[in-house]
Design a protein around this ligand. Sequence first.
Ligand code: UD1
Length: 358
Amino acid sequence: MKIASIVGARPQFIKAAAVSRELRKAHQELLIHTGQHYDYRMSQAFFDELEIPTPDVNLDVGSGSHGAQTAAMLTGLEEIFVREAPDRVLVYGDTNSTLAGALAAAKLRIPVAHVEAGLRSFNRGMPEEINRVVADHIADQLFCPSPVAVKHLAAEGITQGVHCVGDVMADVLRWARQGMDAPSRVLASLDLAPGGYALATVHRAENTDDSERLAGIVAALTALGEPVVMPLHPRTRHALRESTGLGDTSGPEPLAGSNVRCIEPVSYLEMMRLVRGARLVLTDSGGLQKEAYWLKVPCLTLRDETEWVETVDQGWNTLVGASAETILERAKNFRPPADHPPLYGDGAAAEKIILLLG
Ligand code: UD1
């Protein structure tokens, strides 16, 4: 089969690292990068480190409003699908690249497979929620990371073609465990040791584009009383500079002089080393909530809801929103239980997906 896989944003490169390797053993893959993420550290660095095949096509759509960005992807993808006539299109997760890939394929009646199907935050204010709902309703093969995701689909009437295969991000972590053993260069450069810092990431629009929420998070991080390592997504760097009046990009890092050590986005393996060595993870990322769980690090989620409810149910993750008071209280007192059952599969989701693709 000729399968067109669509990637565009950082978490999709990580997921494709697991799936492309397996996919190419049985099928012809046409790997399409929409260009949604384009900075070296947000994109190419992941292809290099995770040995992801070079994309056959890069649409170079870049940044823009949701409408403009998605429209550019739709136009580009439609053209490629017409020219290349793939038998199936594979989309990952919940970004605008996922939405465009699913929609462009469906309009041409090309069957769609959705990896990471069935996740719900039940917050339609999130662009990701709209993207994943639409992708799930378009797809005819839905690969879910958990039984809860299967239930969400059933509640929306989707029961055909649904498979609980586990999470492909667990596959990547399993693959990466050896490479993680090297000591962290970032920690060395910051003069920090494992166990001696918290790790924070913020990139969701609901936090970066809401000055009150961002201020609450920054107030908490700067009052934690311990070093905080914070790799910055470009939009967060921008938002922090705006909110702290450090608009000049040639100036010091945002939050310079505080306990928060802002750094450039880091590679996947370096991030896993940083997670493993952290006392605590504070994040609004979906992927990091799971990675913190797998690496047995307690997690505070800087949101009001999460799609990864199992990590909360197990007591290793807790929702703290963006209020400084709650974040600080939980950062001090949150203690996960000794129990740590496996979640989201056995690290062999990609193999199952390839078998099911036929
Ligand atoms: C996207 C996804 C989000 C995912 C995240 C992973 C959507 C709606 N959101 O959010 O679900 O968790 O990717 O990181 O698809 N920028 C750069 N360089 C880049 C990429 C982005 O400077 O390489 C800046 C631009 O100012 C851009 C902003 O970041 O406008 C936001 O980028 P965008 O691709 O729109 O969404 P993300 O916030 O990255």
